[in-house]
Design a protein around this ligand. Structure first.
Ligand code: ADP
Ligand code: MG
Ligand code: ZN
Length: 608
């Protein structure tokens, strides 16, 4: 983010008043000053009168003989310049010579402020003034809008090693990405080594992955490691208010880079300019296309042996224009995926190193409870834990702080003073135990680690946490069915005990339905359809929207299949709860009393 100065609060009227004041000064003081030196046009009779009264000191005839310029004293004794039309008057010269005052016949300078000059003056002073005012305004506007108006000037900032201060040590996990990038670092250090053998390095590398996995961080680390200038610009900065500016910026950026080679150019969020051409959007499309075309041209135009390496990052690779991805441009693609268990542990440790921690913290336990989170989430968890430790008046972070902050990231803060009626509390307790019990009574479900009915700011009234013992990479059909049964377990308990259905199950239902649909349309887990894909994921790194691709008839059949699967899970859940009715009551009562049960407490009651 560019540093923004606080915009001045002076209202427009202030500048308006200043303008008026200055115009007033010009009219009343400056112009008359000039007028004084100007020439007054008078009748011939006035000239004769002045001559008679001996007030004339200087006379000059214009070259064409049409006019007489003269200098005379006016009635107040002040010297003035006059002009009058010359009349046929043969004796004039004699009379001038006879005049009592000694009249000089010489040039009268300055003859006059030329009308043109006066005109220009009256035209340009206000224009200059308005121009100046405009500059003041545009500067302010620029500051307010983060330099969007800097005409044709690129915002590419030069970072040098000292400024990013990041190295590969700051990036935990992501070993594959680091390895791929270290080749680029090496190339920037000794290009000769590569030139000798005749190898050309890829011109560009594209970092691809979900948000918060450290793409920007990796690019900064490359700059830190390579110890070369680092030009960084965000794709959104290219898309300017003014048409054509984007392309100009690209040109500018590459010109700078060329001068500073070897160096790194980093284009963050490249999808904003690199979208497939010709799809979607009417307005502004042209501008984006021009920018993209310029980028393509520039990438072709420079010699990578010179040592300019282009890095770019995106979380929407599927939307990028194919031309960007062809060999010779961003031909190398570096996946930066969500971290695995080992990666998460490492990321937690990297960030914990900056924070005062009690010795013997089990980072792996935290990493296990945070499957599917990104590096940014994990950094946030560490910080939340530190904040919690401060709130609790401690000077070191404990395991407990980390556990609590994991829940904050997952479910939001505890709502300590939410008032929930005893009856509702009871329903919530049975609902959560329903989930936990179904999970525990199935084979291969992840162990329950925590059940709570303390409401959270996310809107969750309670939740059941399950943590896998090991990292899972695959989900079998059996696992999926288990999961659906567990998700429906909450509602099943409500129905069984209170004979009601509540809105509390809405999120469970959504998750169960999505999973069931994926089983049918993408995982090939339904007997009716077998291994046919009916849906494709359109943006795998951003939520994973899917697009169904089948006939209406099949679509209806898919829906029926999905309903069947969820129903199966629901029935299984009801059966499990029916078989363990006394445990359901016992556990729910325990949960109502304590509000939170640990996995261990839960298992103790269950196995008692
Ligand atoms: P992206 O650009 O992929 O969206 P960032 O690089 O901006 O993500 O990461 C955001 C923050 O998350 C980083 O500043 C860093 O604190 C943390 N982070 C993400 N991934 C990692 C990682 N692998 N190691 C250490 N910190 C990470
Ligand atoms: Mg980023
Ligand atoms: Zn539920």
């Amino acid at each position: 983010m560019p540093e923004r100065r606080k915009p001045t609060k002076k209202p427009l009227i202030f500048y308006y008043l200043i303008t008026l004041a200055i115009l007033f000064v010009i009219n009343v003081i400056v112009l008359p000053m000039f007028m004084k030196n100007s020439i007054t046009e008078v009748d011939y009779s006035v000239f004769l009168e002045a001559l008679q009264e001996n007030r004339i000191s200087q006379v000059e005839m214009s070259d064409d003989g049409q006019q007489i310029y003269y200098v005379a004293q006016d009635r107040h004794g002040q010297t003035q310049q006059y002009v009058t039309v010359a009349m046929p008057d043969p004796s004039l010269l004699d009379r001038l010579l006879e005049s009592e005052t000694k009249i000089q016949f010489s040039r009268i300078m300055p003859r006059q402020i030329s009308p043109l000059l006066t005109y220009l003056f009256s035209l340009f002073v206000p224009i200059l003034f308005i121009f100046g005012l405009g500059r003041v305004f545009s500067k302010q506007l620029q500051q307010r809008m983060g330099n969007t108006m800097s005409f044709g000037k690129s915002n590419a900032k030069i970072y040098v090693e000292a400024q990013t201060g990041k190295t590969f040590r700051d990036v935990a996990g992501q070993e594959e990405a680091k390895e791929a990038l270290s080749e680029i670092v090496d190339f920037l250090h000794n290009p000769d080594k590569y030139a000798k053998i005749g190898a050309t390095l890829p011109k560009g590398a594209l970092l691809v992955g979900p948000p918060g996995t450290g793409k920007t961080l990796l690019a900064q680390a490359v700059a830190g490691e390579a110890d070369v200038p680092f030009f960084s610009i965000s794709g959104s900065e290219f898309v300017e208010m003014f048409v054509g500016m984007g392309a100009a910026k690209v040109r500018d950026l590459f010109k700078q880079a060329d001068e500073k080679a070897p160096c790194i150019v980093f284009i963050d969020e490249i999808d904003t300019i690199g979208k497939k051409r010709g799809d979607g959007g009417l307005a502004g499309n042209d501008e984006r296309e021009q920018t993209l075309n310029q980028l393509l041209t520039e990438m072709d135009g420079f010699d990578s042996r010179k040592g300019v390496v282009i890095l770019a990052a995106t979380n929407r690779p599927e939307s990028l224009d194919p031309a960007l991805l062809r060999p010779g441009r961003f031909d190398r693609r570096i996946p930066v995926e969500l971290p695995d268990l080992k990666g998460r542990t490492a990321i937690l440790q990297v960030h914990a190193a900056k924070i005062a921690m009690e010795p013997g913290i089990d980072f792996e336990a935290i990493a296990r409870a945070t499957a599917g989170t990104s590096g940014a989430d994990l950094a946030n968890i560490i910080n939340e834990a530190a904040l919690r430790a401060v709130r609790k008046g401690r000077d070191r972070v404990q395991q407990r702080d980390l556990e609590e902050s994991v829940e904050v990231i997952i479910a939001g803060y505890e709502r300590k003073n939410a008032t929930i009626s005893p009856k509702e509390k009871e329903i919530i307790a049975y609902h959560e135990i329903g989930h936990a019990l179904v999970a525990a009574k199935q084979n291969n479900s992840a162990p329950v680690t925590k059940i709570t009915i303390i409401p959270r700011t996310s809107g969750a009234l309670g939740y059941t946490m399950q943590v896998e013992e090991d990292e899972r990479h695959l989900m079998s059909k059996e696992d999926a069915m288990n999961r659906i049964a567990t998700l429906t377990g909450g509602r099943a308990a409500e129905e069984l005990i209170f004979n009601i259905a509540t809105t509390g199950a809405a999120n469970d239902i959504e998750q169960a339905t999505n999973l069931a649909r994926a089983m049918v349309t993408r995982y090939g887990m339904s007997d009716q359809f077998g291994m046919v894909a009916f849906e494709t994921i359109t943006n795998p790194y951003l939520g994973g929207d899917s697009m169904r691709n089948c006939s209406g008839e099949t679509s209806a059949a898919i829906d029926r299949e999905v309903i069947k699967i969820v129903k199966q899970g629901h029935e299984r859940a009801i059966n499990i709860l029916k078989d363990n009715l006394d445990k359901l009551h016992e556990l729910s009562r325990a949960l109502l009393k304590k509000e939170t049960l640990t996995g261990q407490e839960f298992m103790e009651i269950l196995n008692a």
